[in-house]
Design a protein around this ligand. Structure first.
Ligand code: ZN
Length: 183
């Protein structure tokens, strides 16, 4: 098994800006720990943020957010990408949709995606769907994903587990598993 960590929509607009999610704050320390440890062990880190154009379908639903080239579309400073990480851009919910994520994972020999970031029931869910359709094993640390409400988060996790067979874990347990595999 070779895994990669996919960090979805931890963009400034989603954490502090126009689509601010208060609950995102609580996962930052966990994500930071996971990313730093994984990076040290050589697990690929792949950031995929919204990078919208004004004509995108989503504008009608959510208004302008995480627009291409804007400060708000950048990964928050706390977990900013470093040299050797990968940064892709998306224009819909799924991190797979026309982003080059699938060929990147294949080039890296990855068969397991660790999905993190925002939101459990929206972009994480749609990314999980596409991962499932492409045959990837899916792991979701429940304390490294969040949603606008507790209900959305819990139901989101339940759906990931039931429909895509995602393994729901937490950062602590996941790091132990990764350590075992990569040591
Ligand atoms: Zn969006």
């Amino acid at each position: 098994m070779k895994s990669a960590i996919v960090v979805i929509d931890m963009a400034k607009d989603f954490v502090y800006g126009s689509l601010k999610c208060e609950r995102a704050l609580r996962i930052i320390p966990n994500l930071k720990r996971l990313i730093e440890e994984a990076r040290r062990l050589g697990v690929p880190i792949i950031y995929v943020n919204d990078s919208h154009l004004p004509v995108d379908f989503e504008m009608k639903l959510w208004g302008e957010h995480s627009m291409k080239g804007s400060e708000g579309s950048k990964v928050i400073d706390e977990i900013a990408p470093e040299k050797g990480d990968y940064v892709l851009e998306k224009r819909v919910y799924s991190a797979f949709y026309e982003t080059g994520l699938d060929p990147l994972l294949r080039s890296l020999g990855v068969d397991t995606v660790i999905l993190t970031g925002l939101h459990t029931n929206i972009c994480v869910r749609h990314t999980a769907a596409d991962a499932f359709f492409r045959g990837y094993k899916i792991i979701v640390p429940s304390d490294a994903v969040e949603a606008f409400t507790e209900k959305d988060h819990i139901e989101g996790l339940e759906y990931l587990k039931r429909i895509y067979g995602a393994e729901i874990t937490d950062v602590e347990r996941l790091l132990k598993d990764i350590e075992k595999m990569y040591r």
